[in-house]
Ligand binder design. Structure first.
Ligand SMILES: *Cc1c(COP(=O)(O)O)cnc(C)c1O
Length: 380
């Protein structure tokens, strides 16, 4: 079955019990045993739940992996995966990963004895120079948040395999509709399902997709031991979102391309970050490894913080809010919002400067979106 069909039919659908076409929400903590030592496949919802199972199977199929796991949030998924490691292990991570990822590594996991090196994953040599005897994991995010930097996945995986590193990729921005990292040899795929997979800004959730039986067992063990799993109702919402993922992603991209082109030609804008623009440094690699460029566009506004604040106060169709990937367009200021947990000098070093604005381009009529940007950029 092809992607669009899997998005609607993967997993146990219709429901085996009564044939419900909409996956039932098994809102239960526990399951009655048929006999001593004999269950109907489920015993306790932390370990596994039938609604969650359909979501997990669906995400695994869409990514082309072995098994999927659904978590309470994207950060719960990341927290679980980083626990595959132990004290003394070293991780190489992209330097412009999601702010919460940076915070988890730097401000939480370091205290448990993990070591991290953050760097721009843009050449084989740079990764190799950072590898130490205790390096175990390479953590990638592409396109990155909020600068939309592109990692050459084939190159990174090749280096990782030579040095026996586990590769993890955060595929939240591209979604499996545009990018299937497992086809390039990545070991684990992570999602914040809060974003495009759910797509309606009404749930926080996460997911992990594995590629081997060993990783499947380890992640299942950790999910159950740490209790990081998603609730049945949240899983149902994400499942409903995924059914329209292909049509949404197509339209997000079409709108984002129009927004990027509009901003590129605006005199109040000094730089536009969108991997679908030929001027973007990652354009060629993005074209090679992705089916599309996604719905997030960042740009640098001229005139410093004053211009940023004026723009953010004037937008009407775009809402001033964190998060992304929903049907409604959002705008945010990474330096003071999503990436405020990064120290200022580090933030500026990686390019997340005060003039940067990130747009999550939604599914409204494109003319209304452009009109809104125009009136917000050109105060009369
Ligand atoms: C939002 C986000 C996360 C964290 O997910 P939550 O669901 O908010 O916990 C991780 N990675 C990326 C790229 C994100 O955008």
């Amino acid at each position: 079955m092809r992607f669009e069909t899997l998005a609607i039919h993967a997993g146990e659908r219709p429901d085996a019990m009564f044939g419900a076409i909409s996956v039932p929400i098994y809102q239960t903590s526990t399951f009655v045993f048929e006999d001593v030592g004999k269950t109907r496949g489920y015993d306790y919802s932390r370990t596994a739940n039938p609604t969650r199972q359909v979501l997990e199977d669906t995400i695994a199929r869409l990514e082309g992996g072995k098994a999927g796991f659904a978590f309470a949030t994207g950060m719960a998924a990341e927290t679980t995966v980083i626990h595959l490691l132990k004290a003394g292990d070293h991780v190489i991570s992209g330097d412009d990963v999601y702010g919460g990822t940076y915070r988890l590594f730097q401000n939480v996991m370091r205290d448990f004895g993990l070591e991290f090196t953050f760097l721009r994953i843009d050449s084989r040599q740079r990764i190799e120079e950072a590898i130490k005897p205790n390096t175990r994991m390479l953590w990638l995010e592409t396109p990155s948040n909020p600068l939309l930097n592109i990692v050459d996945i084939e190159m990174a995986v090749d280096v990782a395999k030579k040095h026996n590193l586990l590769t993890v990729i955060d595929n939240t921005f591209a979604t499996p509709y545009f990018l299937r990292p497992i086809e390039y040899g990545v070991d684990l795929v992570i999602h914040s399902t809060t974003k495009y997979l759910n797509g309606h800004c009404d749930v926080v959730g996460g997911a992990v997709v594995t590629t081997s039986d060993e990783l499947t067992q380890r992640v299942q063990f950790l999910l159950n031991a740490m209790g990081t799993c998603a609730s049945p109702f949240d899983c149902w919402l994400v499942l409903r979102g995924i059914e329209t993922l292909p049509v949404r992603m197509k339209q997000h991209e079409e709108n984002a391309i129009a927004v990027a082109n509009y901003l590129k030609g605006h005199t109040g804008v000094s730089r536009v970050f969108y991997p679908g623009l030929e001027s973007h440094p990652g354009y060629k690699i993005a074209r090679k490894q992705m089916k599309g460029f996604g719905g997030v566009v960042s740009f640098k506004i001229k005139g410093g913080l004053e211009a940023v604040n004026s723009f953010l106060r004037r937008i009407k169709v775009f809402s001033l809010a964190e998060s992304l990937g929903g049907v409604a367009s959002l705008a945010e200021h990474p330096a003071t919002m999503t990436h405020a947990s990064m120290p200022k000098d580090y933030r500026e070093k990686v390019g997340i400067t005060d003039g940067l604005i990130r747009l999550s381009v939604g599914l409204e009529n494109i003319d209304d979106l452009i009109d809104d940007l125009r009136q917000a950029l050109e105060p009369s």
